[in-house]
Design a protein around this ligand. Structure first.
Ligand code: ADP
Ligand code: MG
Length: 255
């Protein structure tokens, strides 16, 4: 089957009048249909740059991207960017509005997502009336409303506190998995990468290269992050990835 996305030797550098900041160097990988791919790497290594290139916001300086059947891309960021002057419903249909795609079919789909994700009774509330986890779910509905073929998630849970983050990431991971969407999750949290993804790519420090690729497989289902974290294979994966990542972290980044 044709991959949803192929990157072939993609390189990118930021330029200004005085200097050049190389951010990505010769990145090549493919994403299969329905795959959940996590990309981990040290802070500032070029992860967001990579997603911006995939989203078409930046053009690669060298190399190329090829999309398979995927045409619609959904992008979810670290901060939920919900607008306080709009209700939750008005927020989640924003993508449809911008794409001039407000049809009965599409708004019915959004109402169904609100029901599925437990936000239907909050549809007329303002974002500030919701918990952090609910807001992230609203942001996911807004992203899902345009029926993306490929979901790009840039550290979507990192603004949440540890406790909330564990449940929200599992929750959102389960939603994405159950819909069979193809997703690329950027994270600097290895536990999150292992519990959610089918495969993890570890990037080196800037300019990012792919240092390591690790397929993830569990015998038990993924719905409970705590059960996953209690398995011996989880620890093996963690130690392997940690070793790859920590080679590239400066001492003050190891917490
Ligand atoms: P990450 O998401 O892994 O933390 P980024 O992709 O945001 O890293 O950034 C990679 C590197 O590129 C960083 O060193 C950052 O300072 C630099 N960078 C990011 N955006 C710009 C920009 N618009 N202009 C110049 N340098 C940038
Ligand atoms: Mg980033």
């Amino acid at each position: 089957m044709q991959p949803v996305l192929s990157l072939d030797n993609v390189s990118y550098a930021y330029h200004n009048l005085k200097s050049e900041t190389p951010a990505l160097s010769e990145i090549s990988f493919q994403v299969r249909e329905g795959e959940f791919l996590a990309i981990a790497g040290p802070s500032g290594c070029g992860k967001s740059t990579l997603l911006s290139i995939i989203a078409g916001l930046l053009k690669p300086e060298k190399g190329s991207l090829t999309f398979g059947s995927a045409s619609t891309i959904g992008y979810m960021l670290q901060h939920d960017h919900l607008f306080e002057w709009r209700t939750i419903y008005q927020n989640v249909i924003l993508g449809l509005e911008l794409n001039k795609a407000i049809t009965k079919e599409n708004t019915d789909y959004v109402l169904q997502l609100l029901k599925d994700y437990g936000l239907y009774s909050f549809r007329d509330k303002k974002p500030s009336e919701l918990s952090g986890g609910m807001r992230q779910r609203a942001a996911l509905i807004r992203t899902m409303a345009i029926k993306p073929d490929l979901l790009l998630l840039d550290e979507p849970f990192s603004a949440l506190d540890f406790q909330t983050r564990l449940t929200v990431s599992a929750d959102i991971g389960n939603i994405i998995r159950s819909t069979g969407k193809t997703a690329i999750l950027i994270t600097h949290d290895l536990s999150e990468a292992i519990t959610l993804a089918d495969r993890v790519l570890v990037l080196s420090k800037r300019p990012a290269t792919i240092k390591h690729e690790l397929p993830i497989h569990f015998e038990i289902d993924r719905t409970s992050p705590l059960a996953i974290r209690a398995t011996p294979i989880y620890q093996t994966y963690f130690n392997l990835l940690w070793k790859e990542l920590s080679d590239d972290l400066s001492e003050n980044e190891i917490t």
